[in-house]
Design a protein around this ligand. Sequence first.
Ligand code: T1G
Length: 696
Amino acid sequence: MIASHTETFPQGTVAVLTIDNPPVNGIGSGVRMALGKALDEAIENPAISAIVITGAGKFFSCGADIREFNTPMSRQEPSLRAIIEQLEKSPKPVVAAIHGAALGGGLELALGCHHRVAQAKASFGLPEVKLGILPGAGGTQRLPRLIGIKPALDIVAGGDSIDAAKACSLGLVDKVVQSDLVPEACRLALEASVQTDALPRLSRAPISKPVDGEVFDEARKQAARRYRGCVAPLECIACIEKTLTSDLDEGLAFERERFQFLVNGDQSKAQRHIFFAERAALKLPDAKADLITIRKVGVIGAGTMGSGIAMSIANAGIPVVMIERDQAGLDRGWEAINGNYASSMKRGKLSESDMNARLALISRSLDYGALADVDLVVEAAFEDMDVKKEIFSKLDAVCRPDTILASNTSRLDINELAASTSKPSQVIGTHFFSPANVMRLLEVVQGDLTSKEVIATLFAFAKKLGKIPVLVGVCDGFVGNRMVSPYTREGHFLLEEGATPEQVDGALRRFGMAMGPLQMGDMAGLDISWAARKRMAPTRPAHIRYSRVADRICEQGRLGQKTGAGFYRYDAGSRTPIPDPAIDVLIAECAQEAGIERREISEEEIIQRTMYALVNEGARILQEGIAQRASDIDVIYVAGYGFPVFRGGPMFYADTVGLPKVLATIERFHEQHGELWEPAPLLRELAKSGRRFSDL
Ligand code: T1G
């Protein structure tokens, strides 16, 4: 775990300690023990003038071993704090030689060193806040002493990495080199070993008061916007604020206490679950399938989804040709793309040269012939099976036999679509989420005949686009939208039973959802789910309860934000939902027609009815094998449906509540509300056997 060798120079000999714990040089108990021992030996060895710490492989170190948290291993001595104190107090200079990335505890280790040398492509960050914790090995105390309060707040409370140039400009690293990283670090260490003045130790460095006294309040406001509902960012800010009123030891003690509070809390357990769930989702059953090279892509449709998909492909540096039925449609899509890039440029998120480079990758045509040389086509046309079949048969005719044909349908039958072509093994679903150039989630829908090469290729393609691909099977609505139906259904039923739209949506926003089901419907457009309900009406059993509220709203031409009214009213150009008394009247009428007596509805009932509807349907989806893992469902909901990351997704949330309690409540709803609440057999089985979804 720690490789140790010496480098001898005319000025002296340097002990080079290399952290070697693939894949990310995580600092677990084993690395801590080995590093502590190697440091002792180097400090005690009279032949050694200085010490350099570096990492093997891709990274310097990406922090503490997250898997050890909440286990006895994490309490095994020496702690990372003790190691950092040891090297900071070392009478011999210790220099960190950083390549790849120094993240979390890895950066804290480097902050304990007397100097830091970085390779030009290295990055630096304290992403603990994204795991619901804070830098617990001195980062909140040493970083502000080195680079100042404001930059430290941005790094610690924001959690994003910075590059070597920025780190150098902030004084986080002493030197940036293109090559010879370790020799350069040795040279700097030996220079320091002959200097008489004291080695720079951050524990002694003064803290400079921030010029702007509002800096902490501003950081809290930013945290509330970016990490709504998360407690960790506020704790990060409190720790940095502590530096103004305490010495390092007091600050470290405070940091430790707040770290323990967070790491033992439900939020961090949920966020760590999502960290590992996102990585598990990337693992395919057939890991060894050959990949097909994607050099050029075609996109059918230049509407909201088509143009967003084309942008995400161009953003990854891949040429894309956008096809539309008419010039007006093509021009509207091109305009939207230009407008989107221009506003990113205005917000400083994109340079003009990058914008032009991406626009140059997007070509447009009305002629399917332009798709003769593409490797993949993503169809993003109107959500109608006949329209899609017509497009797929055209693609079947013009594209190469090995071209992959993907559909961005959000719920239609991929098998039926595949059967309308001569090459069903090349057909797959790629369900992007709106806005497609922003949302990270991609539901990859495998048809019965989709080849493993096509699936693996789409996963690699998704990663290249910076998306999180999740493999799902074919059913109406796949995973995400299938679960949204019972979730929204309960929202509509609760309206009839006495709740107002603001009550339902408000309860879910306080629960942590980005928005409630009614506002979400208004944003997506109520006509889409209305069309789906109409399509299913002929097969809907008459004895099953059905709410007419949404239909009635649509029948009045209220299709949501795009028509200025849906469950709420919207002022022109605004997305802010305004409660509309006309809707309260409409809901009361529907309730009366359905013979429903309205009553007081508690916040707890709203959460249970909506969340457990999600969980129950999720259990069915797992049982049917439509999703490979419960954690995949959690990734889908957190990355695609605004589910709070600090609750870990619906299935993890159910595990946190306890499946016996969830089942008991669902059984009560089953008695009260009938067969729509039939408990999923898998849920019953797990609850009865004391197991959880995460045990599957
Ligand atoms: N601990 C344990 N496992 C880790 C890990 C970590 N810190 N980082 C990565 N892995 C695993 C990961 O699950 C995957 O496993 C494999 O390594 C490759 O990762 C005291 C308390 C570094 C940018 O938050 O952001 O220090 O799936 O697929 O895309 O204050 O991993 O193969 O079985 O993500 O190249 C703070 C977390 C810890 C960094 C590399 N550090 N890691 O991305 O590979 S808390 C972090 C990442 C801490 C101190 C505190 C990324 C990466 P598997 P990967 P990648």
